[in-house]
Design a protein around this ligand. Sequence first.
Ligand code: FAD
Length: 457
Amino acid sequence: MITAPSREADVIIVGAGISGMIAARALLAAGLTPLVLEADDRVGGRILTEEALPGLPVELGAQWIGDTHHRMFALAEELGVQTFPQYDDGETSYQLAGSGVLRQNDFHSRFGAELAELEKVLRLLDELAAEVPPEAPWLAPHAAEWDSITAGAWYDGQGLSPVARTLLEICTVGILAVPTVEVSFLHLLFTIQTCGVTSELFAESEGGAQTTRFVGGTGEIPRRLAALIADHLVLEAPVLLIEHGAEQVTVTCRGGLVARGRRVIVTLSPTLAGRIMYDPPLPGVRDQLTQRLPNASAMKAFFVYDEPFWRADGLNGQLISDIGPARMSNDTCMPGDGRGVLLLFLEGDQARTYGRLPTDRRRGALTAELVRHFGPKAAHPECYVDGEWAERQWTRGCYNANCGPLVWTTFGPALAAPVGAIHWAGTDTATHWSAYMEGAVESGERAAAAVIGELGG
Ligand SMILES: Cc1cc2nc3c(=O)[nH]c(=O)nc-3n(C[C@H](O)[C@H](O)[C@H](O)COP(=O)(O)OP(=O)(O)OC[C@H]3O[C@@H](n4cnc5c(N)ncnc54)[C@H](O)[C@@H]3O)c2cc1C
């Protein structure tokens, strides 16, 4: 008879993304034994750094941190990962509302009134978001009203000019990675509130979420975290079943590994957490919640050139477009490396449309866009790399999960509330920078602290 392998630990952690590994590290520090079960053959989850060319890492997943990502700065320092500022010299290139391609200064003088309109709406969003408690958005004074409409419907009701409305959509889809008609207005306000204010969320410089990068790539963070918990980590162990009692959990993986512990922390996005089988079944409200929290749609595409030629033309490598196929781009060169790297973001409907095309057709459409903005040199990259997250079995879309109308107010309390011995973590459960690495770290720390409180450390 062949017996399935088994492991014992105090706490079983499902998922070796950053939240799971942070939780494991905190438990170890408290004298408890964690065991992290990871479905994939690598750690990091939505953080994925690959070499585009020898010595040139590109970030198919998370890339930046911002000035208020204090936990991530501290973690990088502790792990010895150096940071550097995002390149931001020069003008952004715009193509909006049939304007043709315009450089930033020309765009600003032509559309000054529309930009002022946009600014006014962003200030209003900041005011309304300040009323939303990030740990309980359903308790906001106007929660019922705000949760009954989509962000898109609210935007449409602001009497904006087409250019201001389009810019607002581009900014917002750049964060949520779904069209604004898919998201509840309350969820948009929650997202703003967890990050501070719209200027932190949308800006690339001066306090925005994308001011700072990691030397060697963001993948250095999970790689070094994994080294700290190596004896407590099993890869290629997809969790299929969690049997749970008041003081005991038994977790069964595909391949037969069985892990037993006193608590389990599940760090998957809500929709993936809902695909695990639970015995006894979870309360209906928790399952109904996970039925309603789809992951968004985004992908990144990188073009590598022998030099960052756009810089010499006074451009910062950023574009903003309502034509597409990408709405935004960035200069993502590595310091000390002479090669030029441009990143294009495909988000929401554009990720869905172009992500389903054969790579050469997607690359062709993106190349044409780059040539429009940065000139003919953009037509001849040394290499092209992209990544479609909806196709990845253990992620199934990104950047995060968004609540449609009535989800927060009807099911919200079930998002992070433990169910007996089961605790929930992962960036979607965070109250500060939810959807970001910062939120993932917060959630791992919170879940670990709760478990330590219950088990003693
Ligand atoms: C394209 C992209 C760009 C991004 N850009 C940024 C950025 O610039 N800055 C930023 O701060 N954030 C960014 N993010 C978001 C950031 O990556 C996430 O917030 C963060 O990494 C989430 O960590 P997590 O631990 O909560 O979840 P995950 O990283 O999703 O970890 C969950 C883990 O669980 C594993 N798993 C899934 N199912 C099972 C199962 N059944 N059994 C066992 N294991 C399982 C997965 O393989 C994964 O390793 C980006 C994400 C993407 C995809």
